[in-house]
Design a protein around this ligand. Structure first.
Ligand code: ADP
Ligand code: ADP
Length: 230
């Protein structure tokens, strides 16, 4: 589902050059739930941004669902991202002056979906994350865990093949973090979503199928966990 071949990323400013990724080769199978760990600054976010087509590698290739992405135009990339990828962030990134239902509908606005169908799909997604009774609320009226559930509903509403999560439990206490993690595991198992998650939390990572550790922009470890995807 995801193939990275010899991916390098170098950030250049006038005076400084930083190598964020230094030759990453990675294959993620359909239905796999992969965790990425490593110290701050090792390249985790850069890697996730490249998989999510939010950033392009300096060298190497990125294939999503067999599709070569390096030559796509910005417009094609945006379209591809909207259809194939769902994003979840540490700080939720909800729009505070939109109601929960309207937040969840956002990814569908860029598609050819009628208003009625948008609302239906969004209600389904909210029901799936256990927030069917909070559709008319504003984000400020929700707990952190509930906000993250809304963000997850928004990520899955368009039924993307891949969900990318950047420290999804990082802003939550352990009880809420566990609930969010259980929800992600359920989405992976029941809907077959391929999930790539960056986390600092070893306990969360241990619940997934596979753990890749990065150090200084390189993979130093890649192992399948006991709950490994067959
Ligand atoms: P992590 O997510 O593991 O903390 P990042 O991917 O954010 O690591 O960063 C990897 C390296 O690339 C760091 O040294 C960081 O300072 C650098 N970096 C990340 N984004 C940029 C940027 N936009 N411009 C310059 N350097 C960057
Ligand atoms: P998210 O966007 O996942 O919700 P945050 O906004 O809290 O998460 O940012 C995640 C971390 O990534 C922060 O600690 C921030 O300092 C770091 N970060 C964001 N952008 C850059 C960048 N361009 N270079 C280096 N670090 C960055």
């Amino acid at each position: 589902m995801i193939q990275l071949k010899a991916v390098e990323k170098t950030y250049r400013t006038d005076t400084i050059e930083t190598t964020a990724l230094n030759g990453i080769d990675l294959n993620v199978a359909k239905g796999e739930f992969l965790s990425i760990m490593g110290p701050s600054g090792c390249g985790k976010s850069t890697l996730l941004n490249i998989i999510g087509l939010l950033d392009t590698p300096t060298r190497g290739e990125v294939l999503i669902g067999g599709q070569q992405t390096t030559q796509l135009s910005d417009k094609q990339l945006a379209r591809f991202r909207n259809q194939q990828l769902g994003f979840i962030f540490q700080s939720f990134h909800l729009i505070n002056d939109l109601r929960v239902l309207d937040n969840v509908e956002l990814p569908l606005l860029y598609r050819n979906v009628s208003a009625r169908e948008r609302a239906e799909l969004s209600k389904e997604a909210l029901a799936k994350v256990g927030l069917g009774n909070r559709m008319k609320h504003f984000p400020s009226q929700l707990s952190g865990g509930q906000k993250q559930r809304v963000a997850i509903a928004r990520a899955i509403v368009g039924q993307p093949a891949i969900v990318l999560a950047d420290e999804p439990t990082g802003n939550l206490d352990s009880a809420m973090g566990n609930e969010i993690m259980d929800l992600l595991l359920q989405l992976n198992e029941q809907d077959g979503a391929t999930i790539v998650m960056v986390t600092h939390d070893e306990l969360m990572a241990r619940k997934t199928h596979r753990l890749v550790r990065l150090f200084d922009g390189a993979q130093v470890n890649d192992h399948y966990l006991k709950n490994a995807y067959a």
